[in-house]
Ligand binder design. Structure first.
Ligand code: ARG
Length: 460
């Protein structure tokens, strides 16, 4: 028997390999909830516009609700011959309610149906992701609050640069996540229009009410152009792009956690909950979760690239190529979601080694810039010269194997006789951090203000 949904003019079955390459049910069954919600909205509108009877509408709605239950209770028999979630549900509806089931597909097509379902699915997923982003921000802020006066070296080129507050470092990620949040919400705003009623690609001759369907499904409005409506996957690309950027942020943080937890750095330690052992080396505590988060960007960015390539050069309107949008998107969003969950867990979990961090913050001549700034401020030396003099002071300290604050004033005066004992007040890590009071700098008052700002936004 040829396909019972569209096989009217076909005499023979499709080849088994044709069925296999064509069917999407294995993965698009994930869309069942959205598909049913969209069908219910469509049926209500068809009845409202007198295209189907109220009785048919009621039968359709109760049939669809029954199907939803069957799927949720794992009692639904998904069939590959019926290709996808849309036809699986519609065929079952006809089994359950008879002829009325066949009226549901009036004035729509799978093209506008899948575009609607996918928008709904991604909208729901964005709502979950932004909640997770906020949870991670909350975790970072709760930790930051207790570490305003915990010092660490900040790096450029992974070389010790200047000391900062550890809270300041955590808050850098809060900022990144804030942008991620906005990017997702931005994408959500643009995706929230309803393609249903665009039918195959040209619209329909039935007197439908697209506003009504859009409203019923929580969309801001119906989509404007029927061709664009069924061929557009920008909303997926935008969401994947936001996901890739967010995953990139998580990857950078994960990398820092990996570095910090190494024996060489020893800034943090994960508890047993977030460490794994080695099957051969008993001393090891491996940060596997952080490494996996570091890696997830690969598949998320891969999804973005794949879909961009699928869409590139596709003529309007719908082509089956577009069915390739789903698996990779599901995988990318799931990957980001589990990364966020694991990162939230890790942020609460790690123990800080404050002494090691302070020691690291004090070494590597981390307060050299403070000397240069002091020479400018106190002695009015132009910064370029001050930089040069500071370089000589560092060479002196290096040759004597001393920290900057251990240098003898007389030795420094041999480099420049204008230097006085005031220089020692600025050489400690603490004073260096406290002095960075410019807007956005690492001084404690700035950090307190940033924390207060985010606590208000995040309601903590
Ligand atoms: N399963 C299809 C997809 O995901 C649904 C749309 C099918 N449309 C069509 N004209 N064959 O893209």
């Amino acid at each position: 028997m040829s396909n019972k949904m569209w096989g009217g003019r076909f005499l023979a079955d499709p080849d088994i390999i044709m069925q296999e390459i064509n069917a999407s049910i294995e993965f698009d069954k994930k869309l069942y909830r959205q598909d049913i919600a969209a069908s219910i909205a469509h049926a209500k509108m068809l009845a409202h516009c007198k295209i189907i009877s109220d009785q048919d509408r009621d039968d359709i709605i109760s049939g669809l609700k029954k199907i939803e239950q069957e799927i949720e209770q794992d009692k639904f028999d998904f069939s590959m011959e019926l290709e996808d979630i849309h036809m699986n549900i519609e065929a079952r509806l006809a089994e359950l309610i008879g002829e009325a089931g066949g009226r549901l597909h009036t004035a729509r097509s799978r093209n506008d149906q899948v575009a609607t379902d996918f928008r709904l699915y991604i909208r729901d997923y964005i709502d979950l992701l932004v909640k997770q982003i906020e949870q991670l921000q909350i975790a970072l802020i709760k930790r930051a609050e207790k570490e305003i006066e915990t010092y660490m070296p900040a790096f450029t080129h992974l070389q010790t640069a200047q000391p900062v507050s550890f809270a300041h470092h955590l808050l850098a990620y809060v900022e990144m996540l804030n942008r991620d949040y906005q990017r997702f919400m931005d994408s959500r705003k643009r995706l929230n229009i309803c393609p249903l009623g665009s039918a195959a690609l040209a619209g329909t001759s039935f007197p439908i009410d697209r506003e009504m369907v859009a409203k019923e499904l929580g969309f801001d409005s119906p989509s404007a152009n029927s061709l664009d409506s069924v061929s557009d996957r920008d909303f997926v690309l935008e969401t994947l792009s936001a996901a890739a950027i967010c995953a990139m942020h998580l990857s950078r943080f994960a990398e820092e956690l990996v570095i910090w937890s190494s024996v060489q750095f020893d800034f943090i330690q994960f508890s047993d909950k977030f460490s794994t052992g080695s099957s051969i080396m008993p001393q090891k505590r491996n940060p596997d979760a952080a490494e996996l988060i570091r890696a997830k960007i690969g598949r998320i960015m891969g999804a973005y690239n794949s879909l961009m390539l699928v869409m590139k050069g596709l003529p309007l309107a719908y082509s089956k190529d577009m069915q390739e949008d789903k698996e990779l998107t599901f995988d990318a969003l799931d990957s980001l979601s589990i990364s966020l969950s694991a990162m939230i867990g890790m942020v609460y979990d790690f123990k800080l080694k404050r002494q090691t961090m302070l020691k690291a913050a004090s070494s590597g001549f981390s307060t050299a810039t403070d000397i240069a700034d002091w020479l400018v401020r106190e002695i009015n030396i132009p910064f370029r010269q001050a930089h040069h003099i500071t370089g000589q002071i560092i060479s002196l300290a290096q040759s004597k194997n001393l920290a900057l604050k251990e240098l003898d004033l007389k030795d420094m005066q041999k480099i420049d006789k204008r230097i006085n004992e005031g220089i020692f007040t600025i050489l400690s890590v603490e004073n260096s951090v406290k002095s960075r009071t410019s807007y956005g700098g690492t001084a404690p008052d700035n950090i307190r203000a940033a924390i207060a700002h985010y606590k208000k936004i995040l309601n903590i």
